[in-house]
Design a protein around this ligand. Structure first.
Ligand code: PXL
Length: 287
C-alpha cells in the first residue's frame, strides 16, 4: 500500500486540513500519516478559536522516523502556521524524499477571495514561494497564485491572465500547477499546466457552478488530488475526480436545510469517491 504524509493542522471543529485529509486519502486506499502542526479548536474563520502551536514536536518526530527508516510515497502539505513550519516542511521533503518517485504536493493554503487568512504576512508568502519551488505539484487558488507570482488579484481575471499566472508558477520549478476556481460560463473547475519530457500541456476541467461557496473545499480538492496522484493516476484524471467530488460535497451541503456554516458534507459523499475510484481502477485493470 502506498504511504502518504500529510502535514497540516488539526482543527477540532471546522472540516478542514487533517480532519478532511485523513478520511479522504484513507478511503482512497492510501496509508495516511498525519503530522499535526497545530491544534486549534476550530479554523481561523471562526470568531473565537484556540491555537496550540506544535512546531517543537516536528523535529522530534522527524528524528524518530529517520531512526526507523520510514519513507513516504507522497509528502503533502496544506495550511502551515508560521515561516518556521514552512522551513521544517522543506527539511522533511529533503530528508524523506528518498526515491525519485516520491511526490511532493504543496497546497499553499494562505488566502482566498483576494485576502490573506488571519495572521499571515508578505514574509509568509515569500517563504511559501520557496516551498512551492521544491514541489512537484502545487494547488493554489487564484488568490494564492496571484500572491505567489506578485500580482494584484482580479476577481474578473480572463483566461489569458490565468495562463500568464500558470506559466509564472511553472517557472518556480514545479512539474504540475493546478489553479482552482477557474470559471467559464456556468462552470467552475481548474486550469492546469503539466510538464513532461520537455512538453507543456495546459488544460481546463470544469463542472457545474453552484450558487454558494463553502469553507474547506480547497482542502477537499487537495486531498482527493493527492490520493489519486499517489495511486498513480495521471494528472488530468486526478483533477477531474477532485473537481467532481468537491462539487458533490457542495451539492449535498446545499440540499441539507440543517447544514453547518463552517464546512461541507464530504462524509456522505465518500461512497461516491470510492465508487469512482473502484470503477476507474477496474477499467484500467481490464484495459
Ligand atoms: O482550509 C484551510 C485552513 C486550514 N486550517 C486552518 C485554517 C484554514 C483556513 O482558514 O484557518 C486552521
Amino acid at each position: 500500500m502506498k504511504r502518504l504524509l500529510t502535514v497540516q493542522d488539526i482543527s477540532c471543529v471546522g472540516k478542514c486540513s487533517l480532519t478532511v485529509a485523513l478520511p479522504i486519502v484513507s478511503v482512497m486506499g492510501v496509508e495516511t500519516c498525519p503530522l499535526p502542526t497545530a491544534l486549534l479548536s476550530g479554523h481561523t474563520a471562526f470568531s473565537h478559536f484556540s491555537f496550540r502551536d506544535l512546531t517543537d514536536e516536528i523535529p522530534k518526530i522527524e528524528d524518530a522516523w529517520g531512526k526507523e527508516n520510514i519513507s513516504f510515497d507522497t509528502i503533502e502539505s496544506g495550511y502551515l502556521g508560521s515561516i518556521r513550519q514552512i522551513e521544517l516542511v522543506r527539511e522533511l521533503g529533503k530528508k524523506f524524499r528518498k526515491s525519485a518517485s516520491c511526490l511532493q504536493i504543496v497546497d499553499p493554503a494562505m488566502a482566498d477571495g483576494g485576502k490573506l487568512y488571519t495572521g499571515f504576512s508578505q514574509e509568509f508568502v515569500a517563504a511559501m514561494r520557496e516551498l512551492c519551488r521544491d514541489a512537484d505539484v502545487i494547488v493554489p487558488n487564484l488568490t494564492e497564485a496571484c500572491l505567489l507570482t506578485g500580482r494584484v488579484y482580479r476577481e474578473d481575471a480572463d483566461p489569458d491572465f490565468w495562463k500568464e499566472v500558470l506559466a509564472d508558477l511553472a517557472g518556480l520549478g514545479c512539474r504540475d500547477v493546478i489553479v482552482t476556481g477557474f470559471r467559464k460560463a456556468d462552470g467552475i473547475g481548474v486550469m492546469s499546466l503539466h510538464q513532461e519530457n520537455g512538453k507543456t500541456t495546459c488544460g481546463t476541467y470544469l463542472n457545474e457552478r453552484l450558487p454558494e461557496s463553502f469553507h474547506g473545499t480547497g482542502d477537499i480538492f487537495a486531498s482527493v488530488l493527492s490520493g489519486a496522484l499517489t495511486r498513480g493516476w495521471p494528472l488530468q484524471e486526478a483533477q477531474k475526480l477532485a473537481v467532481d467530488f468537491t462539487l458533490e460535497c457542495i451539492r449535498r451541503t446545499m440540499e441539507d436545510p440543517q447544514r453547518r456554516f463552517y464546512g461541507v458534507n464530504f462524509e456522505q459523499a465518500l461512497p461516491m469517491l470510492l465508487g469512482r475510484m473502484n470503477k476507474a481502477e477496474q477499467e484500467k485493470g481490464q484495459a
